[in-house]
Write a protein that binds this ligand. Sequence first.
Ligand SMILES: [Fe+2]
Ligand SMILES: [Fe+2]
Length: 187
Amino acid sequence: MKNLEKIVYDKLTEHPKRINHTKGVIQTAVNLCKAHGVNENDCYLAALFHDYTKYDTVEVHEKYLGKEFIKKYEKQPFLYHPYSGAIALKELVPEVSDYVLNAIRYHTWCRPNATKLDKIIFIADKCEPNRVYPDAKMIYELALKDLDEALIYALKSNVKHLETKNLFPHPDQIKTLVHYQVKKENL
Ligand SMILES: [Fe+2]
Ligand SMILES: [Fe+2]
């Protein structure tokens, strides 16, 4: 594990804030794993690699993802790194599980029918200690008790934030939000 840590932090060496963020996500995600009975090693690996390819060029992302994917999300280039990060980890650790890789793939907006680990990495990314926006603390408090509640709150918070910038949420983001709102109503 130590070696993987070095690989990630060396790659992000010019981005000390991203290193701190990654450490914050690890810490928060491990806390949430303890609260919800999720394997801590899986959690650690997903958190460590979730932003591994964040600063790669489009050319590098294209090598991992192919031309079609790059074209499909050209208006949301921030969606490249979750998918390329998962592929990069698979190359480094071929025996890594899909359970871990999916948590990396879906860390931006999560997804309907997510695993507990998907939810934890998504939530930890939004509320680790370096996130200082007002909703972050609430997201963490909710997540200790109920991951779905925290997920809904985090997605709504993001939609609100986009609105203040006159931006629209992505349809996949809304689909995920509606999925969990309907699930909650049907409980
Ligand atoms: Fe990310
Ligand atoms: Fe992140």
